[in-house]
Design a protein around this ligand. Structure first.
Ligand code: AMP
Length: 397
């Protein structure tokens, strides 16, 4: 894998695709700068070598061209503090002014381009737009794993305009790809995947694929209840995708035929409404009341899941076990995180990501107790679905 570690950037201008799609509050203050911090090692490596950097990113989903709400100028001051140097900014990502400023960058200088998605050409993967971006630099670096599953101009098409020696991964992207591959291609056994989240429909492909490699598949979260209904339980008002009941049945029999130990919840925390102050009770699968809904896994389930997790040597966790955003329903997700942390302490490799489980692990301040928390949502999910990520293929060829 060619990365920035293998290249000397002295007197070279690098254009770096970063993922600065950070959350901003109503006053345009950054409420979580972890995506910016994640790109710093790559940027600093280039600058310390004596190179200069042109940074490009998207922010939000602008529909109709330039909109102040989505302007990257909101990030300039903070980025400048993080890099401990001035950050130049231009009001566009292509055009004469941009070209001029980029051309005159001196060693150690940083230029941030305006939101790429102000041009429709970005998401269309337009080659002319990609070539205009490419013309701004000598070297192309992709450090935006979060958009690696998109064949956009800045994530994929631009790479066609650089020779093999002049395109490479940044540190973040390289770590993401290496960790995902380790779990996908070379898992130390026993390998347990924990799949949760709201909907079965979002997770069918990843479950099908994982059934070929895992020893144990744990299912939790809202998708539990479609599986329970498929097994004949009445699930009250719990989340259910009626049109996925047959799929759930197929996945259950697929697991059996592949000798995968499929663990479904046996009890739930049910609530009389979807609210933080709901009345709750713990019931087994046979006793879910008609007007109630399952919003977290129950204590017996937690015990069984945790035991299995602690026996594992490779763990992939995608999707929370309950509505962890509300304290009343966070316990299953928290205890799952704790079991993963225990397993990790005992030598397991644990990869968290591809959905809200990454947000949960940060909420519980436990990110340092697992092996790797991915920054990729859709990208990590698609990777484990077995899809080729265009942003990765564009560099590796
Ligand atoms: P995902 O993006 O697929 O990881 O789904 C995450 C969402 O699933 C979170 O917002 C959770 O609140 C939600 N979720 C988890 N368990 C349940 C449940 N039992 N009922 C409804 N929503 C749930």
């Amino acid at each position: 894998m060619k990365t920035v570690a293998d290249y000397n950037f002295q007197n070279q201008r690098a254009i770096v695709r970063v993922d600065f799609n950070v959350p901003l509050n109503a006053n345009f203050e950054i409420t979580d700068d972890s995506r910016m911090k994640a790109a710093l090692p790559t940027i600093n490596k280039i600058l310390n070598d004596g190179g200069s950097v042109v940074l490009m990113s998207h922010l939000g989903r602008p529909k109709d061209g330039p909109t102040d709400k989505y302007s990257l100028h909101h990030l300039v001051n903070h980025l400048s503090k993080l890099l401990n140097r001035e950050v130049k900014f231009v009001n566009d990502s292509v055009g004469d002014e941009v070209k001029n400023v980029a051309k005159n960058l001196k060693s150690g200088e940083v230029l941030l381009l305006e939101n790429l998605r102000f041009h429709k050409a970005e998401e269309k993967g337009d080659d002319v737009f990609a070539s205009q971006l490419a013309s701004l630099a000598d070297v192309y670096v992709n450090d935006a794993f979060g958009t690696a599953h998109r064949a956009h101009a800045s994530t994929t098409i631009i790479a066609n305009h650089f020779s093999t020696e002049k395109k490479m991964f940044g540190f973040l992207m390289a770590a993401e790809v290496a960790n995902a591959r380790k779990v996908m291609n070379n898992p130390t056994k026993p390998f347990t995947a924990i799949i949760g989240g709201a909907k079965v429909s979002d997770k069918i492909l990843i479950i099908e694929k994982l059934l070929n490699t895992v020893d144990t598949l744990i299912i939790g979260g809202g998708m539990t209840y479609t599986f329970l209904k498929a097994q004949g339980f009445s699930i009250g008002k719990s989340l259910c995708e009626e049109d996925k009941i047959d799929t759930a049945k197929q996945l259950i029999s697929m697991a059996k035929s592949k000798n995968v130990d499929l663990l479904l919840p046996m009890d739930s925390v049910v609530a009389d409404k979807f609210a933080a102050d709901a009345t709750t009770q713990i019931v087994s699968n046979e006793n879910i009341p008609n007007d109630w809904m399952g919003l977290d896994i129950g204590p017996k389930t937690i015990e069984i899941f945790a035991t299995k997790i602690k026996q594992s040597k490779t763990i992939l966790w995608n999707g929370p076990m309950g509505v962890f955003e509300m304290p009343a329903f966070e316990n299953g997700t928290k205890k799952t995180a704790e079991a993963i942390a225990d397993a990790t302490k005992n030598g397991a490799f644990s990869l968290i990501g591809g959905g809200d489980s990454a947000a949960a692990i940060h909420q519980f301040n436990m990110a340092s107790q697992v092996s790797y928390v991915s920054t990729g949502g859709g990208a990590l999910l698609e990777f484990f679905e077995g899809k080729v990520l265009p942003g990765v293929a564009a560099i590796e060829g």
